[in-house]
Write a protein that binds this ligand. Structure first.
Ligand SMILES: C[S@@+](CC[C@H](N)C(=O)[O-])C[C@H]1O[C@@H](n2cnc3c(N)ncnc32)[C@H](O)[C@@H]1O
Length: 284
């Protein structure tokens, strides 16, 4: 096979980039071409193709797109995440947000709803569950439910299992790690699993932030949308932020990643309370 057919042609790259941006909002500028070719190798091998070029031919032939799209999306999404990533958000939830949100309710329901939009393998959702459950153990009185959503089916599978390598839980303080993770009986396996009681507080569901409607309650207290907006263009960022805000209850919070603090510009009713923390004062 010659070098040229082992790579994507210009037309193939453009078609795949348009497909990806159209479906999930992720931009693939020409500089990402090598990265895309690298990431597609997994599918090339899985489907026994000889090159990305052959893979692209099949993908774009009109007959295979529907079944292949989900795998293509798994390849192009960047799923990096961590337990206690950007820890100031979890401190804010523990020290400020929960008390304030419950205080607003007076004698109303003490049920908090949290949504980790673009949750990847679930570490953001489980970190929140750890923080909230730990508050309950220290005497706070409320209930909570957490929803994790993502476009990628492969990360959602891992999130539902709640199994991680020991290295991945390094950022979790020892005391919390002992309480909320089960060690494998097989000492040779260096894996841990979130305890069932905590797993039960989190539900995971596939959802595309590009959809025109989100099948999610409209009285969510805190929404995490971290480290995903950066992959979208400005108009898409704005649309996604506005739509997420329409699912927050008044007084609720939107938390974004540290490189995404510009998102509030122009969004009606959003007040910035810290560089990456926004409060919805009224809904547009
Ligand atoms: C870098 S991870 C961020 C994970 C987590 N929020 C964090 O900050 O640690 C970005 C996630 O966004 C997801 N994603 C990308 N485009 C999406 C879309 N259109 N709808 C929903 N999720 C999307 C990816 O699958 C990936 O898991």
């Amino acid at each position: 096979m010659s070098g040229s057919v082992a790579r994507l042609t210009d037309r193939q790259f453009r078609s795949i980039a348009e497909l990806v941006e159209g479906h999930v909002g992720i931009k693939l500028p020409p500089a990402k071409r090598l990265m895309l070719e690298g990431r597609l190798q997994k599918r090339v091998r899985a489907l026994n193709h000889s090159s990305v070029n052959e893979y692209a031919e099949r993908l774009l032939d009109g007959d295979h797109l529907e079944t292949e799209l989900v795998h293509l999306i798994d390849c192009v999404t960047t799923n990096k995440t961590d337990f206690f990533r950007e820890p100031s958000h979890f401190e804010f939830i523990r020290d400020i947000a929960v008390h304030e949100l419950l205080g607003r309710r007076g004698r109303g329901s003490q049920d908090l709803k949290i949504w980790s939009a673009a949750c990847s393998t679930g570490m953001e959702a489980y970190t929140t569950a750890i923080v909230l459950d730990n508050m309950l153990r220290s005497g706070s009185r409320f209930q909570f439910r957490i929803l994790g959503t993502d476009i990628s089916t492969s990360v959602l599978r891992l999130a539902k299992l709640g199994i991680y390598s020991k290295e991945m839980i390094a950022p979790v303080p020892d005391e919390l790690a002992k309480r909320y993770f089960l060690r494998s009986r097989d000492k040779a396996r260096s894996e841990v699993r979130i305890v069932p009681e905590l797993r039960r507080t989190v539900n995971f569901m596939r959802m595309n932030l590009m959809d025109s409607k989100y099948p999610v309650d409209r009285d969510v207290d805190i929404i995490f949308c971290r480290n995903v907006l950066i992959y979208f263009d400005k108009a898409t960022q704005r649309k996604v932020v506005d739509q997420l805000c329409s699912h927050l209850r008044p007084g609720g919070y939107l938390l974004v990643g540290h490189s995404e603090s510009m998102i509030h510009q122009g969004s009606v009713g959003l007040k910035q309370v810290q560089p990456t923390i926004f409060k919805i004062e009224s809904r547009s």
